[in-house]
Design a protein. Structure first.
Lengths: 231, 231
DNA sequence: CCAAAAGTGTTCTCCATACACCCATGC
DNA sequence: GCATGGGTGTATGGAGAACACTTTTGG
């Protein structure tokens, strides 16, 4: 029993890279908070904080998310653990990185947050970041881009009801590519994971597009039957 | 400064899932060690141990690997971090999981280890494992299988010089599929990442196959030019 | 010369790509 | 009726699946 205490222990934190999509400005955004304490006072940082005893890691990540940004109920996935002994000037602090995807339904990517000092930044117009947060953010971005093509996580960044074009824009924005309209539609419809709604877009100055929902039940079922999502 | 000490800290460990391939018995193996201490005394476990202060996580993983199994200089990649507060009956122990791939050149997957109590087990004939190690092992296996198809990590499990057939067997063994001989060759040659050697297999009672090496330099170069490895 | 595995040629099908076209709606 | 984006049809090439075939070597 005793030997678990024979070594000095690190402090343990979670940091959450929170992604949001702004379809108006066509940008992928990240939520950052302004640090008031030293070190790195006045700089921007990824939301995060210490893991409490008795908490699981995802619990800690969700708690910090809510405390610092007011965001709840989002897609959350463990990213990577950063443990370089010099990553925090205050001492030995190991951080488990998470990444979160928030839908504009739950939190508009251009609006202010409830929490003071929290703001969205476009991923290509980031301020200088505290600690090793640039690295964490890079890892998160790579993961998001990588995973987008083979897992249905993009829907987490869209409103529940979306048009095919919006879905396509999402892929184009995040991956930085241009996709052929026709072929994108064929591909996504071929997978048969969308439910067509009897509703159309509103407030556009041209033909309104049909709205769709991601059908998660059907998706799971198809996966069991051997489907592998790919876009 | 003081506030980094306001919370109780977890013990931090690394655990390494070590994969090896035995081409004779055609099995994917995992190296396990027999625990002598309680809890879980007498059960088998994934090699691992406490992270020391001043060490980075990969350093700790490599050190534990060498101390417990004698294995050095292998492919090592961070897997996932396991932090359930109940995962260790001794208290709060968070573990960063790693997975390692070892070549038969460096450590034959059927031989005994230098370290006492360390042994290879075929992944489909595992003993009961201590702690949450079954879960860690599953995550590692999924990662290995997933990554094998889109990253050139399979070569880490083969000797430096190998035949195309051996490479194919590797994929068949790990993925549990059967691959068409002709098509496999076409695919791997089409990617142009192997260097043909002026050497052939020895000691086989039939036509000897040509030996190849993975050409890492060429691979990196091709990746820069837009190649994406896939098998 | 024969068994056993190495290594090759070739057809067929399907799907990603490219691009032209028609449709619906607001102004 | 025309501009704007939504939505569809279809020819083409290339890659993967399937499978028959030839070559080389040890005994």
């Amino acid at each position: 029993m005793a030997f678990t205490y024979d070594y000095e222990r690190p402090a343990l934190t979670v940091d959450c890279v929170i992604f949001g999509l702004d379809l108006d400005s066509e940008s992928l955004n990240v939520m950052l908070i302004e640090r008031d304490l030293e070190p790195f006072g006045g700089m921007w940082a990824i939301p995060g904080g210490f893991v409490h005893k008795g908490e699981s890691l995802p619990q800690a990540a969700m708690r910090e998310l809510e405390e610092e940004t007011g965001i709840t109920d989002v897609f959350l996935e463990q990213l990577y653990t950063f443990g370089d002994p010099k990553r925090d000037p205050r001492g030995w602090v190991v951080s488990v990185g998470y990444f979160a995807l928030v839908s504009p339904d739950k939190h508009p990517a251009h609006a202010a947050t409830d929490a003071r000092e929290a703001r969205w930044f476009p991923v290509n117009k980031l301020p200088r970041l505290a600690f090793d947060h640039p690295e964490i953010l890079n890892v998160a971005l790579e993961r998001l881009r990588g995973k987008l093509t083979y897992a249905p996580i993009g829907f987490e960044l869209l409103p529940q009801k979306f048009t095919i074009k919006q879905l396509q824009r999402l892929y184009e924005i995040v991956l930085g590519t241009q996709l052929d309209n026709r072929n994108f539609r064929k591909k996504i419809f071929a997978m048969d994971v969308l439910r067509e709604l009897n509703e159309i877009q509103k407030g556009v100055p041209h033909r309104a597009a049909r709205l769709y929902k991601f059908d998660e039940k059907k998706y799971r079922q198809l996966v069991n039957e051997g489907l592998n999502f790919e876009l």
